[in-house]
Design a protein around this ligand. Structure first.
Ligand code: S3P
Length: 183
């Protein structure tokens, strides 16, 4: 990749709900001394209410607009040395996908369906899975989104069978290589 095309030194974590973005993000942030921004938490903070309430009262599109505006502000503010943990649906908009690539080194943490199902069933904070058949919904969303994660990611990490610490180590090493190689 041409040096001129390199994004600023941020690591952007993408992937499906429950793939471990927040946990791995905390781990990488602590090790590198980079600040972690969790987009879902930041949106909740700015909106003054939780994500389920935003979906319920304002609707999904308003939430998506908030996500897009937040990403735009990260790029416009010239964010550096941050870990950005995104919401699983951030790749849905083409404009967001372009912003993610401009924001930093984009890493897709991939996890198998069974892991996602098990982790997401532990809490009810995800409005998209509040349906009669969350399993079918997960399958549908995963197949819709996988090509989008793949399109936008500089790196795909298969997290199956790995601890958060091991995934973090892999990402840190690959990011080091990515940012050091200025050829
Ligand atoms: C969503 C994922 C959630 C959150 C919202 C919508 C999605 O984030 O942004 O509930 O569309 O997949 P996590 O991926 O952190 O659960």
């Amino acid at each position: 990749m041409d040096a001129a095309e390199k994004p600023p030194e941020n690591i952007v974590l993408i992937g499906f709900m429950g793939c471990g973005k927040s946990t791995v993000g905390r781990e990488i942030g602590a090790r590198l001394g980079y600040r972690l921004v969790d987009m879902d938490r930041e949106i909740e903070h700015r909106a003054g209410r939780g994500i389920p309430a935003i979906f319920e009262h304002d609707g999904a599109e308003v939430f998506r607009d908030m996500e897009s505006r937040l990403l735009e502000s990260f790029v416009a503010d010239g964010l550096q040395r941050h870990i950005v943990s995104t919401g699983g649906g951030v790749v849905g908009r083409a404009a967001n996908r372009a912003l993610l690539r401009r924001l930093g080194y984009v890493v897709w943490i991939d996890a198998p369906f069974e892991t996602i199902l098990e982790r997401t069933s532990r809490n009810r904070n995800r409005p998209l899975l509040r349906t009669g058949d969350p399993e079918a919904r997960i399958r549908e969303l995963m197949s819709e989104r996988e090509p989008l994660y793949d399109e936008v990611a500089h790196l795909r990490i298969d997290g199956d069978g790995l601890s958060s610490a091991e995934i973090a180590t892999g990402i840190i090493e690959c990011a080091r290589y990515f940012f050091a190689d200025r050829s």
